[in-house]
Write a protein that binds this ligand. Sequence first.
Ligand SMILES: NC(=O)c1ccc[n+]([C@@H]2O[C@H](COP(=O)([O-])OP(=O)(O)OC[C@H]3O[C@@H](n4cnc5c(N)ncnc54)[C@H](OP(=O)(O)O)[C@@H]3O)[C@@H](O)[C@H]2O)c1
Length: 289
Amino acid sequence: MATMTAVAFVGLGAMGGRMARRLVDAGYQVTVWNRTAARCEPLVALGAQAAESPAAAAARADVTITMVSDPAALWEVSEGPEGIAAGIDHSATLIEMSTIGPAGVTRLATMLPDGVVVLDAPVLGSVSEAEAGDLGIFVGGPPESVERWRPLLSTLGSPRRVGPTGAGAAAKLTANLTLLGVLGVLGEAIALAQGMGLSREATFEVLSATPLGAQAERRRDAIETGSFPPRFALSLARKDADLILDAAAAAGVDMGLSRAARDWLVEAEAAGLGDQDYTAVLAHITGND
Ligand SMILES: NC(=O)c1ccc[n+]([C@@H]2O[C@H](COP(=O)([O-])OP(=O)(O)OC[C@H]3O[C@@H](n4cnc5c(N)ncnc54)[C@H](OP(=O)(O)O)[C@@H]3O)[C@@H](O)[C@H]2O)c1
């Protein structure tokens, strides 16, 4: 079945490159496009085809997958004469897997030709989960379309339908709010303990007896060595904080804690940590950057 399905994959970054590779390995006919063309080469060596433009990639495909940084990047690959919307067939499906928020999914759906089914399927997990096909996938869209593409999505992880189109993006922002909020609270707890003169040992001992115990343990090594190997860029986490606040404003929901978590990320980015892993915000909050 996999070999008969033509897939276009647009966006071969840290996540997309690994996800596209899994689809090639599973036997799908994959056509790839990436802004920096060199990133297509390893996939072409494995049997994928490279297209000249997102439009050309989408034109060959039963299903087009997008995995780019942010809404601006998505408009870049979707709009205009070279964009996906110009090439995609009206009977095709587009699966949007970046983190762009529900408003972005709505905008994407309106720019595509009538008949194109849009599923939003953003992911939980990072590069190692992408490589292992172990991502959590929140899917929004019509049930029959989600069922149609479940085998393909299962090559990438565990798809879970959470509602109509847009619900996947909403679920992803909900999940990421907790990640960003918890990091902010953890950083401030460590900073306060440090400020009050508590030893590092005592700090982690007390944290282990709190709801943040697992996070504190998981991040301890990076905090102590000051090394935050990039998996999920801090600049992308700041983008997610912006999306969370935009979605909250649209829904009329007040977000004091998320605003504060965003402020930490904005400051850390301004301090030059944007390309580091998002957990480097802990170094910034604790004054160790
Ligand atoms: N990394 C993670 O752990 C993780 C986990 C869950 C979700 N996500 C989400 O998944 C998405 C991708 O993340 P990633 O870590 O793979 O990011 P990444 O490594 O920075 O890759 C970003 C991709 O977007 C492309 N891109 C950026 N701006 C563009 C533009 N203006 N026009 C065309 N293409 C553009 C890049 O192309 P170039 O190669 O030319 O730069 C690259 O293919 C993001 O929405 C992120 O929030 C990431």
